[in-house]
Write a protein that binds this ligand. Structure first.
Ligand code: RNT
Ligand code: ZN
Length: 412
C-alpha cells in the first residue's frame, strides 16, 4: 500500500500520520554500548560480567577495542532513523592507562565524548558495580566491610562527575544510572542492615550536588538475579522510595519484575510521584535473560502508555539487552527499530476516540476500535519513515546487515 493511501486511511479516523512521523523523528533512544561486546568492557581484565548478568553465545564479530565498538555503532546508527544516544558503562573507558574503578576520571572517556560530538549524539553513563574482584561476593555498596563500601562509593562519585562533564561537553544532560548487583543467594537474617548500608552508601555517593542540566541520577531496582535468588538489596520498593525521597530518576528494567507483572502498567503509577523516569527496555524469557526486544505486546503496551499518558517528555528510553548468538550490530538495529515501530504504532492510535469511549464506559467500542486497528497499514507509514530518513528496510536492510557482519566476522 502506498503512503498516501495509508495516510488517508488514518485520516479517516482523525489520525494525522504527518504529525506522528514528525514526533517519532524527535524521540531519542539511548542505545546501550554493551550489546556490542557481550558486556566485557575495555579494562584489560578477564572474566565474565558477574553480578548475575550473562551474555551467552559466541557469534563472530565481538568488538574488542573502543575503535571497533565505535565502528559498529556508526554502522548501527546509520541503519536507524533519527538521532539517538549512546549509553556507556564505566568499564568501557578508552585509555592506555589501567586505572582501577576508584581511579577513573573524565580523561579516560574523552575519546567517547569527541566521537559523540562528531556524531551529534548525546551520552548516558553507568557506574560499573560488577565484573570486579571487589564485587565477587555480589555485595558492593551494601557490603558489611566499610572499606569495600568506600571503594564503590568512590567509584560512583567519580562516575557522577564524569557524567556531568560529558553532559556539559555535549550540551545534553547525561543520565547516570546506578545499578548494583547486591543480594544474597540464601535467606539473609538481617535484610534491614543490608538495606540501611545501601541507603547510606547511596547518600554518600549522591552527596555532592551536580548540575541537573548536565547530569541526572537514576536508580535501578531488580527482583532477583542468578546467585542472588533469596534477596536483592536494591529491590523495587527500596528504590521507588529512595527515588521519591531523593528526587532521582527511577529506572524500570522490563526484566526486573515477576514475569506476570506488566511493566507498562507501572509507568503511570510511578510517574505521579516522580519527576522523571528511565526505562531499560528489555525482553526477559523465563528470567532476566535480556533477549533482543521484539515488536511484541509488552513493547507495544509500553509505547502506548508513554504516548497515552503523555509521558514521553519525562521518560528517557534506554535499551538493555545482549545476545551473543546473533550479529551484535543486527541486534542493536533490530531492537532499536522495534522500539521506534512500537512508538509509531502508539502515535497512530485514535486516542481521542478510545479515551472518549472509555470515559463513557463504552468498552465495546474500545475493544472494537483497538481490534480493528490491528489491520491498519502501520507498515506503510513505517516505510515512509525510513524512506524519509534514507535508511534501508526489508531485503535491502538484510543485505546491509549481512554485509557488515561479514566484514567483522574475522575478528578473533
Ligand atoms: C542488570 C541491569 C543492568 C545491566 C547493565 C549492564 O540486571 O539490568 O542495567 O544490564 O547495567
Ligand atoms: Zn537494566
Amino acid at each position: 500500500m502506498s503512503y498516501e493511501t495509508a495516510k488517508a486511511a488514518f485520516a479517516d479516523w482523525g489520525v494525522d500520520t504527518e504529525a506522528a512521523l514528525d514526533r517519532l523523528m524527535t524521540i531519542p533512544i539511548s542505545m546501550h554500548c554493551w550489546q556490542g561486546d557481550d558486556v566485557v568492557g575495555f579494562e584489560r581484565q578477564t572474566g565474565t560480567s558477574g553480578g548475575g548478568i550473562q551474555a551467552t553465545g559466541n557469534h563472530p564479530g565481538r568488538a574488542r577495542t573502543p575503535d571497533e565498538l565505535r565502528a559498529d555503532l556508526n554502522f548501527a546508527y546509520a541503519m536507524i532513523p533519527g538521532k539517538h544516544r549512546l549509553n556507556l558503562h564505566a568499564m568501557y573507558l578508552d585509555t592506555d592507562a589501567s586505572p582501577d574503578r576508584d581511579e577513573i576520571t573524565y580523561t579516560h572517556f574523552e575519546p567517547w565524548v569527541d566521537w559523540a560530538r562528531e556524531q551529534g549524539i548525546g551520552l548516558d553513563f553507568n557506574p560499573t558495580f560488577f565484573a570486579h574482584a571487589k564485587a565477587d561476593d555480589n555485595l558492593t555498596l551494601s557490603h558489611p566491610d566499610a572499606g569495600i563500601r568506600d571503594f564503590w562509593i568512590e567509584h560512583g562519585t567519580r562516575c557522577r562527575e564524569i557524567a556531568a562533564r560529558m553532559g556539559a561537553a555535549l550540551g545534553s544532560p547525561c543520565i547516570n544510572n546506578i545499578w548494583v548487583p547486591d543480594g544474597y543467594k540464601d535467606i539473609p537474617v538481617d535484610r534491614m542492615a543490608a538495606r540501611t548500608r545501601l541507603e547510606q552508601s547511596l547518600d554518600a555517593m549522591l552527596a555532592t550536588p551536580q548540575d541537573t542540566s548536565h547530569m541526572r541520577d537514576a536508580v535501578e531496582s531488580k527482583l532477583f538475579g542468578i546467585g542472588v535468588e533469596a534477596c536483592t538489596v536494591g529491590s523495587h520498593e527500596f528504590y521507588m522510595g529512595y527515588a521519591i525521597r531523593k528526587d532521582t530518576l527511577l529506572c524500570l528494567d522490563m526484566g526486573h519484575f515477576h514475569p506476570t507483572e506488566n511493566i507498562a502498567d507501572k509507568l503511570s503509577a510511578v510517574a505521579l510521584s516522580l519527576g522523571e523516569i528511565l526505562l531499560h527496555v528489555s525482553r526477559p524469557m523465563r528470567w532476566d535473560s535480556d533477549h533482543v526486544i521484539l515488536l511484541n505486546d509488552d513493547i507495544l503496551q509500553m509505547a502506548h502508555e508513554l504516548v497515552s499518558g503523555n509521558l514521553l517528555g519525562k521518560t528517557h528510553i534506554g535499551l538493555d539487552f545482549f545476545d551473543a548468538t546473533i550479529s551484535r550490530t543486527a541486534a542493536w538495529v533490530i531492537g532499536t527499530r522495534n522500539m521506534q515501530k512500537a512508538l509509531l504504532r502508539a502515535l497512530l492510535m485514535p486516542l481521542g476516540t478510545l479515551k472518549a469511549a472509555e470515559d463513557r464506559l463504552d468498552f465495546t467500542t474500545r475493544l472494537t476500535v483497538t481490534e480493528e486497528f490491528k489491520d491498519m497499514p502501520f507498515g506503510a507509514v513505517w516505510s515512509e519513515f525510513i524512506a524519509r530518513a534514507e535508511v534501508p528496510g526489508g531485503k535491502a536492510l538484510i543485505g546491509e546487515l549481512d554485509r557488515y557482519q561479514a566484514s567483522v566476522s574475522d575478528r578473533g
